[in-house]
Design a protein around this ligand. Structure first.
Ligand code: PHE
Length: 443
């Protein structure tokens, strides 16, 4: 198939697909959990700052590179470097991205599998439930986790094997607005039945006295993860963008939607956490535990809960396919492997690494890998706080300093002022901040 003919069908298709990639477990599971363990307000403020001044300029750069060079992240970076007479070593950004994608998919699929399982747990709700005990029960069985992890990753691989374009638009167009509406209903519920004022001040009144270097690093990592940046997912999707599409506007819409969904998740979940006396820093189980308590108390909670976890699983699926697509695109474009074989093989590798995350809930719960972290937390740390920001840092350096500015200008279009603004951020602000936050962590 000719690469040039592979374009998203309409203006909104790219936006929907990129939003589908960005909105996922990162927003609804990751954001509340990380905000909770990092003390709330200050984390949220730093996170929002990172989205705006680090994430947005890098997102614009990734889309721009993808749109111009139209390949997998590896060949996009290689062609970009060649055209600007830079070293072909820049393709290492693409390679790092492929690795990050597989590492993230490995634990993402385990968590998305828990979501799938929760569809049925919610549907079966009858009255009161001890949602903490339920989460422990679900995660204590390696076989049960394995079943759902396997199902989720097989669905991901199957969609990628069949070709990425056709299904995404339809899926996202219908289901994202539904997820959005359901989130609003849950925020209203939290307002009525939860401790909204305590949650609001927890999330939005920053206490900088508790901020450490690690707060910055995890907020920045969360921003990269949530926006799907630093590993080529958005770059890869940009490759299918139609040539006349506005990049600034699309990036702002995607980043805005992603942030909005994360904030809604926080506002839906924290009031309930405070009202029910759950500790905000209770870790990866936080969201599953609090959501189930919400649904157990709502009228028709079993149906609403089932629907919610179904929509969340689909949001996770539209993210997981963007984790796998860059590496499959690479193998397919080089004719090394066919698309289906590459999909199932790479998904198989992610599945295997995922076993470690799955076991960290039970059999391996005592084993630590990086620092005092279990396997899941270590993979999460490796990807969010290391691989993605590093990928983003190099994308920023390349786009700001190595890429011929006339190329960037031609692709980005728009006014001279906005171009200069982007250029200023991508040269001086984004890379310096990412680097600074890394260094701050080391000293
Ligand atoms: N952004 C996705 C989420 O929030 C996860 C993701 C990260 C997807 C990196 C692609 C690349 O769930």
């Amino acid at each position: 198939m000719n690469k040039e003919t592979l374009t998203w069908v309409g203006k909104w298709t790219f936006i929907l697909a990129a939003a589908g990639s960005a909105v996922g477990l990162g927003n609804i599971w990751g954001f509340p959990y990380k905000a909770g363990t990092n003390g709330g307000g200050a984390f949220v403020l730093i996170y929002l700052g990172c989205i705006l001044i680090i994430g947005l300029p890098i997102m614009i750069s990734e889309i721009m590179l993808g749109k111009r060079y139209r390949g997998s992240p590896v060949s996009t970076m290689k062609d970009a470097a060649t055209e600007s007479a830079s070293s072909s070593n820049w393709q290492a950004i693409g390679w790092g991205g492929l690795i990050a994608g597989v590492v993230i998919l490995s634990f993402y699929s385990v968590l998305a599998g828990i979501c799938l399982n929760y569809i049925f747990i919610s549907l079966g709700l009858e009255g009161e439930i001890d949602s903490i005990a339920k989460f422990q029960q679900v995660t204590s069985s390696p076989l049960q986790l394995l079943l759902w992890h396997t199902i989720f990753i097989l669905i991901t691989a199957w969609i990628i094997a069949a070709g990425v374009i056709s299904g995404i638009e339809r899926m996202v167009k219908l289901l994202m607005p539904m997820l959005f509406i359901l989130m609003i209903i849950m925020v209203i519920n939290a307002f009525i039945n939860g401790n909204f004022s305590q949650a609001f001040s927890f999330l939005f009144s920053p206490d900088f006295s508790a901020v450490t270097a690690n707060t910055y690093l995890s907020a920045m990592g969360q921003a990269f993860f949530s926006l799907s940046l630093g590993m080529g997912a958005i770059m890869c999707y940009g490759a299918y963008m139609s040539p006349d599409q506005e990049i600034y506007e699309s990036s702002a819409i995607v980043a805005g939607l992603d942030t909005l969904i994360a904030m809604l998740a926080g506002l839906a979940i924290f009031p309930i956490i405070f009202a029910y006396g759950v500790e905000p820093n209770s870790g990866p189980g936080l969201v599953f535990i609090s959501l189930l308590s919400i649904f157990a108390d709502l009228p028709f909670g079993n149906i609403i809960g089932g629907l919610f976890f179904l929509l969340l699983s689909i949001a996770a699926l539209s993210s997981s396919i963007s984790l796998l697509e860059p590496s499959v695109a690479y193998f397919a474009e080089k004719n090394i492997l066919s698309r289906p074989i590459a999909s199932f093989m790479l998904a198989g590798i992610a599945w295997f690494i995922g076993l470690g995350s799955l076991l960290s809930f039970n059999v391996w719960s005592e084993y630590t890998f990086i620092g005092s972290r279990n396997f899941l937390d270590s993979m999460d740390l490796l990807a969010n706080q290391f691989l993605l920001p590093l990928g983003g840092l190099f994308v920023a350096i390349f786009a700001g300093w190595k890429l011929n500015p006339s190329i960037a200008k031609a692709e980005l279009g728009g006014s001279e002022f906005v171009f200069r603004l982007w250029q200023f951020f991508i040269r001086f602000i984004s890379p310096v901040l990412v680097f600074g936050i890394f260094i701050f962590q080391l000293i």
